[in-house]
Design a protein around this ligand. Structure first.
Ligand code: BJW
Length: 330
């Protein structure tokens, strides 16, 4: 049974059928459907820290160990998450319509150029390595990662330009997520030594045995600066995640490509999915599309999280993006 009101669904699908130029702005809510945490509201706390307070150059300067623990945890989670039905529905829309672009604020993916390389060189492995939208087979030319990716790292030394793609989990041993005691002891069981070590190996591979370090009641060790990822080129700077923090510019090429697409003609429809639309310049694209005459369709769990006010002719679809998006794009 559909959770989307029939009248809204009908008027939306009729309008969608006539649309040529469509832009979707994605936020953490779409990945929440795949089990990844959001930034604001419920789920916006990492240990006792507001997630947005860790996403700043100042936080990295002051407490690089804590900030790396936060990002290392998120890299680990993103590598294990699977795309959900919303990612697949958007990928399908992109395949049907070359004039549809997705602007993702999420960093669980990788740079478009690198996805192409990964597909060429790694074949099946790339399915594991790339981000949620890419793994749902979203055409890469139509996908723009506004806030970078967790799997790109760069040197913090102003005079060094070192960058690399890095999927190693953990990126350095000091950032390994501790395991709970498995409770298995080969000598205390009636298993053979081989059976017991296999059971222990399985238990150690099982993420459910990991300590949930996002929960502040579980203690974590302080990681010393010298144990954090170091730049192999200048051998002086720390490496940092290649994401866009507050106060930093968005990737120039990405913004250039998006601005060119926006300028190429009026946008008919703007989908705003799982984002509080509070962060600029990303949220500004909704206003820009609207100023060109686009109608706006918002999908969010929270009816109060909309980009400014909804206007006459806009739609609000309340619910889990993983359920609502495939329904409205069917
Ligand atoms: C569900 C759901 C489910 C849950 N289904 N829904 C203009 C005006 C005012 C301020 C500014 C401005 N222009 C720039 C600024 C400053 C600043 C800014 O915007 N500040 C605001 C807070 C006011 N912007 C910047 O600093 C940007 N840089 C910049 O402007 O540079 C200029 C410059 C030019 C030249 C030289 C130098 C500088 C950079 C912004 C970077 C944002 N970075 C982060 C961290 C990225 C790395 C990381 O991931 O750790 O990006 S912050 C964080 O917020 C992250 C997100 O991408 C971004 C947006 O969050 P999002 O995705 O909307 O998440 P939530 O949690 O807020 O919302 C989730 C939503 O989902 C909620 O609504 C839920 O209800 C919903 N939901 N489950 C559907 N299952």
């Amino acid at each position: 049974k559909s959770i989307v009101p029939t009248a809204d669904l009908q008027s939306f699908t009729e309008y969608l059928r006539g649309c040529k130029r469509i832009v979707a702005l994605l936020g953490a809510g779409i990945s929440a459907s795949s089990g990844l945490p959001t930034f604001r509201g419920a789920g916006g706390l990492w240990r006792s820290h507001d997630a947005t307070s860790l996403a700043t150059p100042e936080a990295f300067d002051e407490t690089p160990g804590l900030v790396w623990q936060f990002y290392s945890y998120r890299r680990h989670m993103a590598l294990q998450a699977d795309p959900n039905k919303a990612h697949y529905a958007l990928a399908e829309l992109a395949r049907r319509n070359e004039d549809f672009i997705t602007l993702s604020q999420n960093v669980d993916g990788m740079d478009v150029r690198q996805v192409v390389l990964a597909f060429a060189f790694l074949s099946n492995k790339s399915l594991f390595l790339s981000g949620l939208s890419q793994r749902a087979n979203h055409p890469v030319k139509q996908l723009h990662l506004l806030h970078g990716t967790l799997f790109h790292v760069k040197c913090t030394n102003f005079y060094c330009n070192y960058t690399e793609d890095n999927y190693t989990d953990p990126i350095v041993p000091a950032l390994e997520i501790p395991k709970k005691s498995s409770g298995l002891n080969p000598s205390a069981t009636d298993k053979t030594g081989e059976q017991a070590s296999k059971a222990i190996g399985e238990a150690l591979d099982d993420t459910s045995t990991e300590v949930d370090i996002s929960d502040a009641s579980n203690p974590i060790a302080t990681v010393a600066r010298e144990d954090l990822p170091q730049c192999p080129k200048c051998e002086d700077g720390l490496l940092r995640p290649g994401v866009v923090w507050f106060g930093e510019p968005l990737p120039e090429k990405t913004i250039g490509a998006v601005d060119k697409w926006i300028a190429a003609g009026p946008v008919d429809l703007c989908l705003v999915i799982g984002t509080s639309a509070k962060v600029f310049p990303a949220a500004g694209y909704v206003h820009e599309a609207r100023s060109q005459g686009a109608r706006v369709a918002v999908c969010n769990m929270d009816p109060n999280d909309t980009p400014g006010e909804l206007h006459y002719g806009d739609w609000f679809f309340q619910g889990d993006a993983g359920v609502v998006v495939p329904e409205i794009l069917r």
